[in-house]
Design a protein around this ligand. Structure first.
Ligand SMILES: [Zn+2]
Length: 178
C-alpha cells in the first residue's frame, strides 16, 4: 500500500533546506536504491532525473504550503513525468492489502518513482491538498500532511523543531522576567 504523502517523504530526503548547507540524504544512486528498497542502483543519468523530479515536487508542495500558486513549469514537469511513467493498470495482492504492480525492469527514474509521482498527482488533485504544510521553523522546511483534527499543526515533529521553538520562547520569557 502506498502512503498518500509518499511524495512529501521523497521531497524531504533533502532537509534543513533553510540552512546554508541543507542535509542531503540522496548523494549517490545507491542512496536512492536504499530509499526505494530496490536491490540495484539506478544509472547516474536516471539518478539525476530522480533528483530533478524531487526538487520539482518540493517546489510544488512548498508553494502549496505557503498558499502560492504552483510554478507553471513544475506542474508541467510533473504532468510530463506522470504521462511517461508506467500506467496504473494492474493490481497485485500484498500481505496487508493490495498494491499497484509496476514493471520496474526498465530501471528508469520514471518507473522507479512511479508510486511517488502518483502520490503527488493524487495529493494535488485530492481533498487533502489544503493540509500540506511546511514546518514553521524557517531553517527546517520539512513538508508534511497535517492529520490533526483542528488542522493547526505547525511543526514537522515536536522533538526536532517544536521543542526548540518552545525552549526559545521560554528562554526569552524568563529573561524578560529577570
Ligand atoms: Zn521542522
Amino acid at each position: 500500500m502506498t502512503r498518500p504523502d509518499l511524495c512529501l517523504d521523497f521531497a524531504n530526503t533533502r532537509y534543513w533546506r533553510g540552512q546554508a548547507t541543507p542535509t542531503e540524504t540522496l548523494n549517490a544512486p545507491t542512496d536512492l536504491a536504499a530509499w526505494l528498497k530496490i536491490p540495484k542502483a539506478p544509472a547516474a543519468k536516471e539518478f539525476a532525473i530522480a533528483i530533478d523530479l524531487r526538487e520539482t515536487l518540493y517546489r510544488l508542495f512548498d508553494a502549496q504550503a505557503q498558499g502560492k500558486p504552483a510554478p507553471a513549469r513544475d506542474l508541467e514537469a510533473l504532468s510530463q513525468a506522470l504521462g511517461s511513467a508506467p500506467a496504473r493498470t494492474t493490481l497485485k495482492r500484498v500481505r496487508d492489502g493490495y498494491d499497484w504492480d509496476i514493471d520496474v525492469r526498465s530501471g528508469t527514474a520514471l518507473a522507479l518513482l512511479a508510486p511517488v509521482l502518483w502520490s503527488a498527482g493524487d495529493l494535488l488533485a485530492g481533498p487533502r491538498l489544503d493540509r500540506v504544510r511546511r514546518c514553521a521553523n524557517p531553517e527546517c522546511g520539512w513538508l508534511f500532511l497535517d492529520d490533526s483534527r483542528a488542522g493547526k499543526r505547525r511543526w514537522c515533529s515536536m522533538s526536532a523543531c517544536g521543542n526548540r521553538a518552545k525552549a526559545r520562547r521560554h528562554y526569552h520569557k524568563t529573561k524578560e522576567e529577570a
